[in-house]
Structure formats: C-alpha cells, structure tokens
Design a protein around this ligand. Structure first.
Ligand SMILES: Nc1ncnc2c1ncn2[C@@H]1O[C@H](COP(=O)(O)OP(=O)(O)O)[C@@H](O)[C@H]1O
Ligand SMILES: [Mg+2]
Length: 280
C-alpha cells in the first residue's frame, strides 16, 4: 500500500468520539464491559440492544453524568474524562434524555430559548453583558429556536405548554433543545419512543439534513429498527455491556448473536442478565 493511501485511510478512520476499554460498574453489576467504539465525524451511528444492555450508561459517560471505572473517552482528541459536564457541553456535545426532562410549565419555544441562554452564559459569561445586547441575544435565540422547530416539523407547538404535549412530541422538543445549542455531536436516547410512525419518517429526514447540511454527528440509541435502517451508516449492537456486532444496519442486524439477543424469551433473558452481570 502506498504511503498516500495509508494516510487517507487514517483520515477516513479518524474518530470524533473514541471509546476505549470503557468499563462501568454499579456495585457488583457490570453495565459496560471493556467497550471499544469509534464514531466518525458526520456519521449517524446507531446503538441498539436489549433493555439493560448499557446503552444509556454509555451516553451518560460521554455527557458526564456517569464516571466510568476504567477506560478512556476522547472527543476530537480531547480527554473527556478530565472535563466536568458543562465543559463537555461547551465542546459541542449535546444530548437528549430517555424520559425527556423539559421545563414542563414553559412553552416549547421558551424551553429552547432558556437552554440557549444557559449555554451562552456557561460558555462566555454573557450574563455580564449590559441590558441592550441581552435583548438582541434573546431575539436571536427566539429566531434560532423557531428555525429548529420548523426543521423538525413541530413549529405548530412553539407556543404550547411543554408539559401538556404528548410524550412523542416532548421527545422531539428534547431533540430541538439539544440542536439549538449548535452541537457537533448529539447523543439521542430513544428519540422515536412514543413518536407516531408517520412522524418517524419526517424525523429521519431531519436527522439526515442536520448531518448533511450542518455536519452534525449523531449517536442514536433506538429500538425503532425502521428508523435505524433508514438513517444509520453504522450500527453497533450491545448486550451485557459488550459489543455483540457492528457494521452496516443489514450486516449488524443479520448477525445470529443479535437475533438471539433480541428474540430470546424475555423471562429467560432476565435471569440470564442477572447471572451475566454478577461479578465473580
Ligand atoms: N445508576 C445506576 N445504578 C445502578 N445500576 C444502574 C444504574 N444505571 C444503570 N444501571 C444498570 O446498568 C445496566 C445498564 O443500564 P442502561 O445503561 O440503562 O441500559 P439500556 O439503556 O441499554 O437499557 C442495567 O442493568 C441497569 O439496571
Ligand atoms: Mg436506556
């Protein structure tokens, strides 16, 4: 192989998010077991696997809600584990939550505006600015918030009280809130859960546009396999905190071990999970 093609191979392999040997223990339970993953810039990377596989735990490690017991995590070459949660957000890592977490009594648009203000303040101490610029900042945050809601197809809810909306719409508002902060990497925890299938297709289109036009990288935890298959370049399958399979959606989901993990009877699996998680 020539030197040039080796160099370009390295470029193509360069990870935006590099997870190595990541291990998380909760008492005797091993939620992540020496996990290795690489997410390239501009990729929609799907993380799938049965409940309890460790998917949310991985997101929590990246965003700074959980400190791993061992391993390393780098984002664009920066050691994430040395940084507190706020600094990870300031680097451009956004996330959504499996159970949403909006300001329930505020409108949808105000949720997006509040998030942008908090983010600006954390990053640039903007609260020290005099009043005039703060008003301009507010106007910009509103305009940007509306734009995001339109791109996600939920602009009609801008003035609705967030807590009163159906769960599926609240999940989309959570995605909008993460995207409003102009992140480089967004971690989405089951965004399509509770979303009507008619809106899933529109959501898939919005994700692709964000990736293509704004070069945002996504790590997507999702049980909705039609969404995974329509947007993800790479699918990684977790089970018991380990990687079972990885590849294109067709490759990863056709793997016999993956079929077994998904199709094994629920009762048998619960017992098996407890056994496999217990440390000797
Ligand atoms: N804070 C915690 N304390 C103790 N156990 C936890 C905690 N968070 C997750 N777990 C356990 O770790 C395992 C992985 O959980 P999780 O990452 O939420 O799985 P997934 O998102 O794939 O469904 C589960 O067995 C879960 O019960
Ligand atoms: Mg989860």
């Amino acid at each position: 192989m020539s030197e040039i093609s080796e160099m370009s191979d390295q470029g193509a392999d360069k990870a935006l998010l590099d997870v190595r040997g990541l291990t998380v223990r909760f008492g005797g339970l091993v939620a992540l077991n020496a996990l290795d993953l690489r997410v390239r810039e501009g990729q929609i990377f799907a993380l799938v696997g049965p409940n309890g596989a460790g998917k949310t735990t991985l997101l929590n490690c990246v965003s700074g809600f959980t400190q791993p017991s061992a391993g390393s995590l780098t984002f664009d070459g920066v050691d994430l584990l040395a940084l507190p949660r706020r600094q990870r957000a300031a680097l451009g890592i956004g996330r959504t939550f499996q159970n949403v977490q909006l300001f329930a009594s505020m409108t949808v648009l105000d949720n997006l505006v509040a998030a942008q203000h908090a983010h600006l303040r954390a990053n640039f101490a903007a609260s020290l600015l005099p009043f005039g610029p703060a008003i301009a900042e507010d106007r910009r945050a509103r305009a940007h918030g509306r734009e995001i809601l339109e791109l996600l197809g939920i602009a009609r809810y801008a003035n609705a009280v967030a807590g009163a909306l159906p769960f599926g719409v609240q999940k989309l508002v959570g995605v909008a809130r993460a995207l409003a902060l102009r992140p480089r990497l967004v971690l989405l925890d089951e965004p399509a859960a509770g979303m009507p299938q008619t809106e899933v297709a529109q959501f898939a289109g919005a994700l692709r546009r964000w990736r293509d036009e704004l070069h945002v990288t996504f790590m997507l935890i999702e049980h909705n396999m039609s969404l995974v298959q329509s947007v993800a370049e790479t699918v990684s399958v977790l089970d018991y905190g380990r990687k079972l399979a990885e590849g294109t959606p067709a490759e990863a989901l056709a793997n016999p071990a993956v079929l077994e993990a998904y199709l094994g009877s629920a009762g048998a699996r619960e017992g098996a999970h407890a056994d496999a998680h217990a440390e000797r």
